[in-house]
Ligand binder design. Sequence first.
Ligand SMILES: [Zn+2]
Length: 461
Amino acid sequence: MTTIIHGAEIVTVDDWDSVHYDHAIAIQGDRIAAIGPNEALFGQFPQAERIDGTGRAVLPGFANTHTHLTMTLARGIYEDLSPQHRPPYTAGLSPLPLPELSTGERRVMARLGALEALRSGTTLVFEDTNQVDDYAADLAATGLRFVLGERAHDRVGSGIGDPTPFRLDPSLAARALQTIEAAHGKWHGAADGRIQVAVSAWAPDMCSPELLGQLRRLQERLGALATIHLNQIWGEVRAVQAHRGRRPVEYLADLGFLNERLVCAHCRCMAPREEKRLGAAGATVAFNAAIAARRGLSPRIAELEAHGCTITMGSDNMAEDMVEVMRTGLFMERVRRQDGREPTPEAVLRWATRNGYRALGIPDGGWLAPGNQADLIMVDLCRAHLVPVLRVVSDFVHQGQARDVAAVMVAGRWLMRDGTVLTMDEPGLLAEAQAVAEAAWGRLFRRRLDLKPPQGFRPLG
Ligand SMILES: [Zn+2]
């Protein structure tokens, strides 16, 4: 079965950032078969199904290299509750706890996140969570690709960013290591290889040196990817300095934790010597631009990239919209550099697609070329905010919206076409997610009368 999308603007993200206007792309099975002039591909594949791509762009799908899908539960709430960036530092990233969810409720919120990801053109997601087995089957059923990071920590009685003494509970580590192995055994390579399982350490101030050593050895033994939240907030830096007498990157480097298959989320509160050391290890940085902007903190992406880090992009909490993440990243980095030209839209698109795929172990995905994975999206360009289409990459990165994504294909299979999601019951899921969130926050505020609902919160039912 061959499909040809013709008459489209093909954005390849190849080594030359080639763009082919009014061209065709052929897909056979789960691979891209050819890219070329319309008539040439019609001749090459006379039996192919033809899809008119006039007025549309075909791009590689986005790789979101850091998110927590079930935290869609805190949408509209946590965006405005960041910890402060000066002493006194307190534990945790929000003064309001996340309401507890039943397994059924977690599944709903995870599917909501996956739906938003798909709608924004994301085809590969690194989901960092715990008890991923609760909803791995739901994620597999969406048709998207996932790296599922099962998270470990062994500090008790506190959260990220707390410089008070580290209280260790070794039983937490033992349990987490078992859970990671079990998840890996059950899910790694599942759904025709669309699912991978990774080793996840929560954060440097939430993990003892013993646990980080064990996780590193487990990563090696499983041949898996690993991830960690790193230099996320200034409280974390202060906590690691208090506990280990070093900065977070130095702590990890001294333990041998840094490696080329490690995805470091955030990397915002860094000393220049840490940026150098992270780059020398060839680690990947997940530039989570939207949440970074909301927190009022920015990583130094130009420096991290110059030192050798692979720059990728992630959404992190509360949102899965990679179109917004891309543009926010471009804006933030231009403001920080005081440079109205760099980074270019081509560079940012590469971070969000090909770099992410390569970092997550799929070097033949995230860019369009014959023989590569058929993971792609179609963007409707006939929009008041996109016409005239003269330089399509700049046009979409600067002006595009998630709702311009009209179709999504993963491994040669359509997951969304003509604006309709094919693998999820969208209206049903939206209603369910609203009900789950209202019930969960209602339970929390009714049980914890010391907690005040934030400004503008809807009346509790
Ligand atoms: Zn995170």
